[in-house]
Design a protein around this ligand. Structure first.
Ligand code: MRU
Length: 348
């Protein structure tokens, strides 16, 4: 939680309150989640999104599910239901595995309270990890000998995508707090336009930024307008290959061609050491409707969705891509910064 208003998820009695990100940046609204079905829907429909936040929401989803009954069948059903919501962000499975490992050995009567405590611990650990990522990432930004430092990011890896602080944006917030002048190029991130969430966050924080269309990124890199690219991650394989929002790979390619450092910032919960390389990371395919339609405010300020392609037009909508480790300068976690080929050291 950043403040009373700027939070992504929090407990309220025996329910959970989330900031509904499907309405941002046009409307700020919160919602109560009361059941397992509410939590699964919130993750699937992206009311909550971003790998770390998906993990936290899933953990709370288990706590909500156990209100109805905390036996082994109920626990397994809750974990299976939540695991099926989104396939790419490994934090979801990581959080569910932690919930199961904590709850399964307990007597049924003790599981409900333990589920809330464990979900709260996962949220608190995420916030602490991201704060540490901010400090490590700040050191990278400080090393750039230009002021203001021009950064580029993709999608939204800010506090909205986590329990607090964000991953790729945590160093931005740390730099701001340290008084370091910077500017962030924010790519729109079609089709879900999570870049608009990043722009909203940066606006709220008073951090200079410019919204660009995704296809402008290569030109800006070529023109020397970007000193460092920093993105989040949904799953990092053992060899450092990184799945993140579709479009990340193209930024990494262009950054490599232009000699611009390209960093990935993520908590250790995003690293999947059981996954040997990026080719084994499941890529979520989302509804074609997201490509055929765009949403926004009409001239009266009323939310509207318009079709930009006929309903019958065939479309593909892969939500993530994989950036090979060779294009990644370093991976920033709560433990520090390492080249992608060396991240195994954090698990030994
Ligand atoms: O589909 P989303 O919005 O959940 O995807 C989010 C991203 O790809 C983020 O970059 C990633 O989860 C890192 S969030 C700290």
């Amino acid at each position: 939680m950043i403040s009373d208003r700027l939070f992504t998820i929090r407990e309220e009695g025996d329910s959970v309150v989330i900031l509904d990100q499907s309405l941002l940046p046009h409307q700020y609204a919160t919602r109560h989640l009361n059941t397992l079905a509410d939590a699964a829907h919130a993750i699937r429909a992206m009311l909550v999104r971003g790998a770390p936040l998906i993990g936290v929401a899933a953990a709370y989803g288990v706590a909500l599910a156990l209100k109805e009954g905390a036996g082994n069948k109920a626990l397994q059903h809750a974990c299976d239901t939540l695991a099926a919501t989104r396939p790419t962000a490994v934090n979801l499975r990581w959080a569910l595995a932690r919930m199961q490992a904590r709850l399964q050995p307990l007597p049924v009567a003790g599981r409900r309270a333990a589920a809330w405590a464990q979900a709260g611990a996962i949220a608190a650990e995420d916030a602490a990890a991201n704060r540490a990522i901010g400090a490590h990432g700040l050191a990278l930004i400080e090393r750039i000998g230009k002021r203001p430092v021009n950064l580029m990011t993709h999608c939204n890896a800010g506090w909205l995508a986590t329990a607090a602080w964000g991953t790729a944006l945590a160093p931005v917030y740390a730099a701001r707090a340290a008084g370091l002048p910077l500017h962030v190029h924010v790519s729109e991130t079609r089709p879900r336009n999570q870049g608009l969430l990043t722009a909203w966050e940066l606006h709220e924080a008073g951090i200079p930024h410019t919204l660009i269309v995704d296809n402008a990124a290569g030109l800006l890199l070529r023109q020397g307008k970007v000193d460092l690219v920093i993105v989040g991650a949904d799953r990092i394989a053992a060899n450092g290959d990184t799945a993140n929002k579709v479009g990340t790979y193209l930024k990494a390619l262009a950054a490599a061609d232009c000699g611009v450092p390209f960093f990935v910032a993520a908590p250790l919960s995003t690293i999947d050491m059981a996954c040997p390389d990026g080719g084994r990371i499941p890529i979520e395919e989302r509804a074609g409707e997201e490509v055929r339609h765009v949403g926004g405010l009409d001239r009266r300020g009323v939310h509207a969705t318009v079709a930009i392609a006929p309903e019958t037009r065939p479309v593909a909508n892969p939500a993530f891509d994989v950036t090979p480790a060779r294009f990644i300068t370093g991976i920033v976690t709560e433990r520090g910064v390492l080249p992608p080929g060396e991240i195994g050291a954090w698990f030994r």
